[in-house]
Design a protein around this ligand. Structure first.
Ligand SMILES: Nc1ncnc2c1ncn2[C@@H]1O[C@H](COP(=O)(O)OP(=O)(O)OP(=O)(O)O)[C@@H](O)[C@H]1O
Ligand SMILES: [Mg+2]
Length: 374
């Protein structure tokens, strides 16, 4: 049974719809990440779960029970806000213990809980400081500590890492993952950072304009994006999405991509991600061919386990060494295409180089509906 279920949820501010028919279910101990561009409704959805915002229609169930009409304090959830919202006049210990103090938890018990949480978050030495005497990362830990002492049914996090610098973000991401592994409490986590979503989630919900675009595991979202928006949003550098044509020839279906020089590049589509039977209906028509940079490599760097790898000559326009890899830019289907090569790949600007297309990893989209074919 799902532990947190959101069913046919609609939310409007006045007459403006902000969330439209959201359906999401997550198991106990799951880590649900809500991801999407600014203004898509992530915080609003989190706030409806918390009970901070009323819903227009639909249902939210926690542990099988509807939370309709329940005040935030009755929902057994703990929330970490983006702004942290620490009490500036209280010490770290006071901030962490405040909720317990309000509930009348005896002092000794409170101190024990504060100490234990502070140790988990490695802020035990900061308990007597005020928030103004802390770094951004330390404040963030205090805000987390305040939620962690609660031991609630569900944690809600709204972009908790967005105020931190890049290095600290990565460190804290690892710590949150470790914490979740240890506590095994259900988490709903909002971010607009797709890498955070991929690394933390057991399930990801991708939102756009208040509409759920796809709900699935990180691997499902990454490998089988439901539409071009999801394909483009998840992954860095982004998936190459190229205009192409499906042709039927003596050796079966192929996908043709225009090149700036010479004949179009034709790739066989025998076993592309289960899409080939549906692709036949597009013979002679345009499709959008999606291939991630890491599925487009130098021939020696191609995935040896791939079933279907095709090679094609591409004119290299830009070469960008990035330490661990080298990115090369070419042009196919009238668009710039990024390929991810080995760091020591022998490649130069102006060269017509053979690139390997891992077609196991390719996806196709209908140019009109923008939905994945297959
Ligand atoms: N109290 C409100 N009254 C009216 N409209 C609101 C209110 N709060 C949010 N909105 C609108 O609802 C939409 C969704 O806002 P929300 O804060 O949920 O977005 P978000 O996905 O969290 O964005 P961000 O990544 O920028 O935090 C936006 O268009 C926003 O302007
Ligand atoms: Mg928000």
């Amino acid at each position: 049974m799902s532990f947190l279920a959101i069913k046919n949820l609609y939310k409007s501010y006045g007459t403006v719809p902000v969330l439209r028919d959201i359906n999401i279910e997550i198991e106990e101990g799951g880590f649900l990440v809500l991801v999407g561009p600014s203004g898509c409704g992530k915080s609003t959805l989190l706030n409806t779960i918390a009970g901070l915002e009323p819903i227009t229609s639909g249902e939210i169930l926690i542990n099988g029970k509807s939370v309709a009409g329940l005040h935030p304090s009755q929902r057994d959830i703990a929330m970490v806000f983006q702004s942290y919202a620490l009490y500036p006049n209280m010490t770290v210990a006071g901030n962490i213990g405040f909720g317990m103090e309000i509930r009348g938890v005896p002092k000794a018990e409170r101190e024990k809980a504060i100490k234990s949480v502070a140790e988990t978050l490695q802020i035990g030495h900061l308990l007597d400081r005020k928030p103004s005497q802390l770094s951004g990362g330390q404040r963030q830990r205090v805000a987390m500590g305040r939620a962690l002492v609660r031991d609630p049914q569900v944690f809600l996090f709204d972009e908790p890492l967005s105020n931190l610098d890049a290095k600290l973000r990565v460190d804290m991401r690892t710590e949150i993952k470790r914490l979740h592994h240890r506590l095994k409490t259900t988490i709903v986590y909002v971010t607009h950072d797709q890498i955070e979503a991929m690394t933390l989630a057991t399930k990801i919900a991708v939102l756009k304009d208040g509409v759920l675009q796809q709900f699935g595991t990180p691997a499902e979202i990454y490998n089988s994006p439901a539409n071009m928006f999801v394909a483009d949003f998840m992954g860095s550098p982004a998936m190459n999405l190229l205009t192409a044509r499906i042709d039927d020839g003596p050796s079966g279906l192929s996908v043709s991509l225009d090149r700036p020089h010479g004949e179009p590049l034709a790739l066989p589509v025998k076993s592309v991600n289960g899409a080939s039977s549906k692709l036949a209906a597009y013979t002679g028509q345009q499709v959008i061919f999606g291939i991630r940079p890491e599925a487009l490599t130098d021939p020696d760097g191609a995935d040896r386990k791939a079933h279907s790898v095709a090679e094609g000559e591409c004119l290299i326009e830009v070469v960008e060494p990035a330490g661990s890899d080298t990115f090369a830019v070419t042009n196919l289907g009238g668009k710039e295409v990024v390929a991810r090569l080995r760091a020591d790949a022998n490649i130069e600007v102006g060269q017509k180089a053979k690139l390997a297309f891992n077609l196991d990893k390719a996806v196709f989209f209908d140019p009109k509906s923008q939905l994945r074919i297959g």
